[in-house]
Design a protein around this ligand. Structure first.
Ligand code: ZN
Length: 255
């Protein structure tokens, strides 16, 4: 931020000007008439050099306070209300937040910097998004385990507000980490589901979130970027992460 102040040049008396007489004539009543041009106390203070300095100092104080306020606001992630979509590009989103005050919902407000892609690692039949919603509502009561969204081939469950920390990345509260600053998305891999369609729906959700939080595709992360873990496993084993990012970019271009 650059702010230019133009201060008026101080007036100088021309050297040729007549010196002011030391004494001025008294009036008939014996009082001196007011000196012409002399400032009366309390008037036009900001036109004096001291006044201008005070004004400048006040402006600087206000600016510094405003900048500090904006930093605090951004740090606390309160520059944007968390998104709570009903649907994303035609895929229904069910909001069923974990209750406040349990292990899996520490209630720590943060700034969203990443969308973190996971796979559930659970191939059992029936392990779809609804089943994982039921699972996490039980598990998060007592365990430090949670994430924000689960996606299958037909729907999405939203388990936590985006602006709150969840325990999905295994990196505690590392600065700029997956837990502290990432929205965790779990993609279902159940054998009776359609994995490719689930990945496609996850790409739609990822694009929606990046668009909403004004982030680019370089803010898409894998769980394995934060700790040594092969997650999302199927995507990584197939070398398909770049294709996923491209798919997200394709949906972003439509927004
Ligand atoms: Zn994971």
């Amino acid at each position: 931020m650059t702010i230019l102040f133009t201060l008026p040049k101080p007036r100088r008396r021309s050297p040729a000007a007549k010196p002011r007489p030391r004494t001025r004539p008294r009036s008939a009543a014996g009082r001196r008439p007011p000196r012409p041009g002399k400032r009366r106390p309390g008037k036009n203070f900001f036109h004096t050099p001291a006044g201008r300095r005070t004004l400048l100092a006040l402006i600087l104080v206000v600016l510094v306070a405003a900048m500090a306020g904006v930093s605090w606001w951004r740090y606390n992630g309160k520059n944007k209300e968390p998104s709570q979509p009903d649907e994303v590009l035609g895929v229904p989103v069910h909001t069923d937040y974990l209750p406040e005050g349990i292990e899996g919902r520490p209630g720590i407000q943060r700034q969203v910097k990443w969308v973190v892609i996971h796979e559930t690692g659970n191939p059992a039949a029936g392990s779809n998004a609804a089943a994982h919603n039921t699972y996490i509502h039980k598990k998060a009561q007592t365990d430090s385990l949670s994430w924000h969204y689960t996606v299958d081939e037909s729907e999405i469950y939203h388990h936590l507000p985006d602006n709150e920390v969840a325990w999905h990345a295994g990196d505690k509260l590392t600065k700029n980490g997956g837990n502290l600053n990432g929205i965790g998305i779990e993609i279902c891999i159940n054998e009776d589901g359609n994995y490719d369609q689930a990945v496609d729906n996850a790409a739609k959700l990822t694009a929606y979130l990046l668009h909403y939080y004004k982030l680019g595709t370089d803010h898409i992360k894998q769980h394995g970027d934060f700790i040594s873990k092969n997650c999302p496993e199927i995507m990584r084993n197939a070398g398909a992460f770049p294709a996923f990012v491209q798919k997200v970019q394709g949906y972003l271009d439509q927004m």
